[in-house]
Write a protein that binds this ligand. Sequence first.
Ligand code: ASP
Ligand code: MG
Length: 403
Amino acid sequence: MSILVQKFGGSSLATVEQLRRVAGRVAAAHRAQRPVVVVVSARGRTTDVLLELTQALNTRPQAREIDQLLSTGESSSAAQLAMALDELGVPAASLTGCQVGIRVSGPHGAGRIDRIDASRVRALLRKGFVPVVSGFQGVNDDGDVVTLGRGGSDTTAVALAAELGAERCEIYTDVDGVFTADPRVVPTARMLPSVDCRMMAEMARSGAKVLHYRSVELASSREVEVYIRNSSKSDPGTVLVRKGGAPVESRGTIVAVTHDADTVEISIFSDQVDSVLLPEVLDRLADVGIETDLFAMTSDGERHAVRFTVTHSGLSHTRAVLAASDLASSYTMCVDETLGKVSLIGSHPAANPAHSARMLRTLAAAGIRAVSVYTAPMQISVLAGGSDGRATRFGVWCGESQE
Ligand code: ASP
Ligand code: MG
């Protein structure tokens, strides 16, 4: 019978009661004679607490040690769920990313899954066990644990589902599915019964926390059927669809509004006339795996400026790389940590100038300063002042507009 992968997020495992309920759900699938593989996140706020601990112990904690520590959150969660399953009479075995054979490359904190040797998971399934896999982690060629980036357990689940040829991958969380805006911020946001994978990838990339964006890209490229469901309900949730859903001629339409407060703008100014310096600086960032988001370059012929955004966790890394660079004397750098990003996601939303107009008007009415606007085929993004949650108020617009 075809395999079912169920992934449970930290919010679904926060209390012992919730953990038992999750065990009950897995047990029901197991008793229905289905081979089930479970992937778990760290319970509740565990990852945040561990990160706070690293800061308390060391002002510049080593990336390897951070990964060693953070990965224990998922490993501990998996062992606990396996125990709860056993208590219900379901044979279960917890496995770390390393024990599963999730091979990862790339920097600590931002690993990429290269391959999975799922033979151990398959062997457990054949014996009638439920493998409970620690999400968010893998092992590199040195035998060290490398984590996949915040929210990465979703990516573990979809990658494992792809490797196992699973019939479906269910991602359980504390909301009913994918909404037109974050329902915790925008009470009037609507749930979407289905979302196009490309649209979902764009939403996840732009700050929608419901799914790790790399999991969506994997779902699309490896053709995994993904459902996002509420762990305390039996509702069907949202299904990711690879084709269809939207009308063929949907240019200019909006699907959702997302916001991302984890945005830092870095501006680099230089009066070097040649175009060597700035690409050189960007290459150095790329060499150490720093991901940039919004990117713009302007020049008046004499003075050149490059602006890009990184995450708060990427900031110290970026600073270190740029300061250590032998080019440092050739430019000046400004960092703005007070901005947030708000995005309209849809099919070429910039094609309809009314969307941009409404976006700017709404921000202004809320007293939020729009700093710059970026457009791309599937989004209009505004970098705006007041990332302390004020930018998120902009999401209200979405809930209202979708009525
Ligand atoms: N526990 C990790 C985090 O909080 C990974 C995850 O939840 O997917 O980011
Ligand atoms: Mg998550």
